[in-house]
Design a protein around this ligand. Structure first.
Ligand code: ADP
Ligand code: MG
Length: 327
């Protein structure tokens, strides 16, 4: 077979990261010094950036497709947590080498997720170095209507979307610390590499929820962010934590530890006051919102605690969340 011609940086961008934009708001996508987009005058721009480092945020042997889907999904989850509509993204790519098979699969992963959320890749940067992926996502929200971390109030009910613990269990599978049967193995692989950003639910919660955050670092750690920012405390009922059927076979203590502080779940944690509770329950009953009530907001100063069947549950041996400079 003929060896492909080596591509320079501009060929890479043109071949793998240039497609006609789908959003009419995009005036200039990849190809000039900057991207240009038009903004709706009654909307606010919401944006967030995340960097994934090989061996730190994904295993070194991860496939390029999986790396791309994880990078996009985890970033888009931040937009979901604000109730924003995803629109555009930019991509910072640091590559150790020019490998066309790798780039092709990576680019497929990028566009698979971008297309799913009708986002356009409108720019980025490509450099040589240790494999590192930075994704900046941009979205919009109606003026003053974003969900925030600092609005939880005493008396609110605390909900979480989807299941907890899948991200940590997925990582355990990838690192051969957990072996399960085939469907469970595949389910957890997918949960780790393509966690579902809860964009629709985030948008649906505007006007209903006081407060929301996406669980990237673990339920306890992220709940603490809400509690501290809002000047309240939060109590969870451990027996109510939603866990996938695939995790039910795992030893209970381990399963709860993953659900409480494993991280990487990218579900939304949100709080609802008594007035809006009926509307949220109606959405849940009509399958428009998959969520579980797992706790309550109480008076306090940023503490997060747990009960098991009404009795205090000791969290002393529980790590509170992922911290980048902790180890
Ligand atoms: P400059 O020298 O002005 O920084 P670059 O050579 O870095 O421009 O990039 C050229 C164009 O390609 C720009 O529009 C930039 O946004 C885009 N671009 C570079 N790398 C990527 C990438 N990985 N994904 C998408 N667009 C990219
Ligand atoms: Mg550049």
């Amino acid at each position: 077979m003929k060896k492909p011609m080596p591509l320079n940086e501009f060929d890479i961008i043109k071949t793998y990261f240039t497609r006609p934009p789908k959003q009419s708001s995009v005036q200039q996508a990849v190809g000039d010094d900057c991207a240009i987009v038009s903004l709706d005058s009654n909307k606010q721009l919401v944006f967030s950036m995340d960097t994934l480092v090989s061996g730190r945020h994904f295993p070194v042997d991860a496939s390029p497709y999986d790396i791309a889907t994880r990078a996009l999904c985890t970033s888009i989850s931040d937009l979901a947590a604000m109730g924003a509509t995803p629109l555009w993204l930019t991509l910072g790519l640091t590559l150790p080498e020019m490998n066309q098979a790798w780039l092709s699969a990576f680019s497929d992963g990028v566009y698979a997720i971008a297309d799913q959320f009708e986002m356009d890749l409108i720019g980025g940067d490509t450099t040589k170095g240790p494999l590192t992926i930075t994704v900046q996502v941009h979205g919009q929200v109606a003026h003053g209507h974003s969900l925030r971390r600092d609005q939880a109030m005493e008396g609110d009910t605390v909900f979480v979307t989807g299941n907890l613990g899948d991200g940590a269990a997925g990582l355990a599978v990838l690192e051969n610390r957990l072996t399960l049967e085939r469907p469970a193995q595949d389910y957890l692989h997918e949960r780790f590499y393509a966690p579902t950003p809860q964009v629709k639910i985030g948008q649906r919660l505007i006007g209903l929820a006081h407060c929301a955050i996406d669980i990237s670092d673990g339920l306890l750690g992220d709940a603490e962010h809400i509690a501290k920012a809002s000047g309240v405390s939060i109590v969870f009922d451990i027996e109510k934590l939603p866990v996938s059927k695939y995790l039910k076979g795992v030893e209970q203590k381990k399963m709860w530890a993953w659900a409480l502080s494993g991280g990487d779940d990218y579900q939304l944690l949100f709080t609802v006051n008594q007035t809006q509770l009926a509307s949220v329950k109606h959405l849940m009953d009509t399958q428009q919102l998959e969520a579980t009530a797992i706790g309550r907001v109480v008076s306090g100063r940023g503490q997060v605690s747990c009960c098991l069947h009404g009795q205090p549950y000791d969290l002393r041996h529980q790590p509170t969340g992922y911290q980048h400079f902790a180890s």
